[in-house]
Design a protein around this ligand. Structure first.
Ligand code: NCD
Ligand code: ZN
Length: 347
C-alpha cells in the first residue's frame, strides 16, 4: 500500500465545468482522473429545463478530447417555476441525476434560486416520490447572519424543517464546511449524505486572510476555523457512507479572481487525487480513500461503481503540478496546497 496503490476510478459529485472556451479548457483536467461528475447547472442563464440539460450535456461531450472517457451526470437548477413533470421525465430518461437548490443570492450565478419554498414543494414532492436527490447549497443569505455562520443557520432554519416536512426527500448537503454539517449528515440516515471538497480538507480561514488576502483560496461556502477543518477530515477519512468527494472545482479566470470584487471558487480538478492521497496518508487512512472517492457516491446515487482503476504513486520528489491552466477564456490558477505533495496519478 505504502508507495503505490490502485483504487476504482473516482467520481466527482460536485463539479463546475462552465461553457464555451472555459469548458474546453477545464474539461480534460477532470476527465483525466474522473470517470463521472455531477455537473453544476449554474451557467448564465442557468440549466433549468430538461431541454437545457440535454443541450449542455451535448456541448460537454463535444468538448471532450478524442480518446478521453467521461460521463457528465446532469442536474437541473431549481427555480420557483420548475415544472415537476419536466423533472420527472428528465430523471426517468436517465438524463438528470439530481436537482440543485441554490438559495437566491447564495453564490456565483444564484439569483434565479429559491426564495419561497412553498413554491417548489410540488417539485420536491415529486422528487421524493421518485427518489431523485436534491443537492443543496447549504447557506442562508440573510444579511444579518454572519458569513461564517450561514451553513449552521441553513441546517437549522431551512434544511431540517424541509426534511421534517418531506421525510422521503433524498438530500445531498453539498460542500459541507463545518462540524455542524458533519454532525447533521451523520444523523440523517439513508436519505441524507454530504459531499466534502478537497480544499476544505486543506485550508482554514487563516489561509485566506493571514499575511495578505489570497483570492485563490476564496470560495463559497468560505473556509472556516481550524476545528471545522479537523471535523471535515475526520468525516472524510471515516469510511462512513454518508460522506463522499464533491470537489466543487470552480474555475474563474485569474482576471476575475485577482479583482477588487473577486469571484468565489477554487480550481482543484487538476490535482485533487494527489492532494487527497496526501491528506488521507496524513490521517493514516489511505485504505479509506477509495470509499470516499469511488464507492460512497455511487451507492448514494444508486449507480454502479466504476470498473476502471486509477493508480496513485508516491515519489521521492514533490510532484510538479501546473501553476495555471491556459484556457481560451484566460488563465485559471490551479489550487496550490502550500506544501509539497509527493503523490501523483500514474498516467
Ligand atoms: C461556485 C462557482 O463559482 O460557480 N463557487 C464556489 O465558490 N464554490 C459556486 C458554488 O458552488 O457555490
Ligand atoms: Zn459549487
Amino acid at each position: 500500500m505504502e508507495n503505490s496503490f490502485e483504487i476504482r476510478r473516482p467520481d466527482d459529485w460536485h463539479l463546475h465545468l462552465r461553457d464555451g472556451a472555459m469548458l474546453e479548457g477545464v474539461l480534460p483536467e477532470s476527465a483525466r482522473d474522473f470517470a463521472r461528475a455531477i455537473i453544476m447547472p449554474n451557467l448564465v442563464p442557468p440549466v433549468v429545463t430538461a431541454k437545457d440539460a440535454r443541450a449542455y450535456r451535448d456541448r460537454i461531450l463535444s468538448a471532450l478530447p478524442e480518446g478521453m472517457a467521461f460521463e457528465p451526470l446532469m442536474t437541473l437548477y431549481l427555480t420557483e417555476e420548475t415544472d415537476p413533470a419536466d423533472v420527472a421525465q428528465a430523471a426517468a430518461s436517465g438524463l438528470i441525476k439530481a436537482v440543485k437548490l441554490y438559495p437566491a443570492g447564495a453564490t456565483t450565478n444564484s439569483h434565479s434560486g429559491v426564495r419561497n419554498f412553498d413554491k417548489v414543494m410540488p417539485v420536491l414532492e415529486k422528487m421524493a416520490g421518485i427518489g431523485l436527490p436534491l443537492c443543496t447549497h447549504g447557506e442562508v443569505t440573510t444579511a444579518e447572519v454572519d458569513i461564517f455562520d450561514r451553513e449552521a443557520a441553513f441546517i437549522d432554519t431551512v434544511l431540517d424543517p424541509l426534511r421534517r416536512r418531506l421525510p422521503g426527500l433524498r438530500v445531498v448537503m453539498e460542500h459541507i464546511t463545518t462540524e455542524e454539517g458533519v454532525a447533521y449528515a451523520a444523523e440523517g440516515g439513508e436519505t441524507l449524505a454530504a459531499t466534502i471538497t478537497t480544499h476544505h480538507l486543506i485550508i482554514n480561514r487563516n489561509h485566506i486572510l493571514v499575511g495578505g488576502i489570497k483570492p485563490h483560496y476564496y470560495c463559497l461556502p468560505v473556509a472556516k476555523r481550524e476545528k471545522h477543518r479537523q471535523a471535515l477530515r475526520r468525516a472524510a477519512t471515516s469510511g462512513s457512507p454518508r460522506y463522499f468527494l464533491g470537489t466543487d472545482s470552480a474555475p474563474h479566470t485569474d482576471a476575475l479572481k485577482e479583482h477588487a470584487c473577486g469571484c468565489a471558487g477554487c480550481f482543484t480538478a487538476t490535482n485533487t487525487m494527489p492532494l487527497l492521497a496526501h491528506v488521507f496518508e496524513e490521517e493514516n487512512a489511505l485504505d479509506r480513500l477509495e470509499a470516499f472517492t469511488s464507492l460512497n457516491g455511487p451507492a448514494f446515487y444508486r449507480l454502479p461503481v466504476n470498473e476502471a482503476k486509477l493508480r496513485l504513486v508516491k515519489g521521492a520528489a514533490p510532484t510538479a503540478f501546473p501553476e495555471k491552466i491556459e484556457t481560451g477564456a484566460g488563465p485559471v490558477t490551479v489550487f496550490n496546497p502550500g506544501f509539497p505533495v509527493l503523490w501523483s496519478v500514474e498516467s
